[in-house]
Design a protein around this ligand. Structure first.
Ligand code: GAR
Length: 207
């Protein structure tokens, strides 16, 4: 890994993990270079935040580009133009296309608000995950950061940490605790990738 990799973000809603990573960079506690945000949602909080915080952003989706294949090609072109070394999915609710997956194989990280493989897959995102955890009666949930493949919330796990479910937890309370943990874990994981302590090439399946 480069000593100061360029990091691109993909986000659909608030981009809370993007914000935490950029904040860590600006505080001098994380040595990566945030280069661009791509969002499938032009009205997202992530896009507004990027605009207000000097991070270049683009709206790219099947709607803006005409087809899924054109959106895939446009995402790759944008990531290449900004010389992305790592791609961070910070609450990105779309599957990536085959061109993006091939061009950035082993370099795309997703955060999921549960201990995968539990509570992952299509339709399992954001509050739906926490609702399912509370309904199950599980006493533990957590955060997973994993390399991305062509399935939702699927691919080799990089790190996982538990978060305890408290008696009387609501979806809102559990969401807040899990998201606080995500926002510590993602910058810390990037720090460990930059330092070489985590070697993504050892985690990515051989292609
Ligand atoms: C985050 O908790 C992230 O882990 C989750 O969506 C939330 C986005 O929140 N991602 C998934 O569920 C992916 N399957 P945000 O829009 O407030 O940043």
């Amino acid at each position: 890994m480069q000593s100061r990799p360029n990091v691109a973000f993909l986000a659909s809603h608030n981009g809370s993990n993007m914000r935490a990573i950029v904040a860590a960079c600006r505080a001098g506690t994380l040595n990566v270079n945030p280069v661009v945000l791509i969002s499938n949602n032009a009205g997202s909080g992530a896009v507004a935040w990027a605009r207000d915080n000097g991070l270049k952003s683009y709206h790219i989706s099947a709607t803006s580009e005409g087809t899924e294949a054109a959106a895939d090609a446009s995402i790759v072109a944008t990531l290449r133009r900004h010389k992305a070394d790592l791609v961070v999915m910070a609450g990105y609710m779309r599957k990536l296309g085959p061109e993006t997956l091939a061009a950035f194989a082993g370099r795309i990280l997703n955060v999921h608000p549960a201990l995968l493989p539990k509570y992952g897959g299509k339709g399992m995102y954001g509050r739906f995950v926490h609702e399912a955890v509370l309904k199950s009666g599980d006493t533990e949930t957590g955060v997973t950061i994993h390399l991305v493949d062509g399935e939702y919330d699927h691919g080799p796990v990089v790190v996982q940490v538990p978060v305890l479910v408290q008696p009387g937890d609501t979806v809102e309370a559990l969401t807040a605790r899990v998201q606080a943990k995500e926002q510590e874990l993602f910058p810390e994981t990037l720090r460990r990738i930059v330092s070489g302590e985590i070697d993504l090439d050892q985690i990515a399946p051989a292609s």
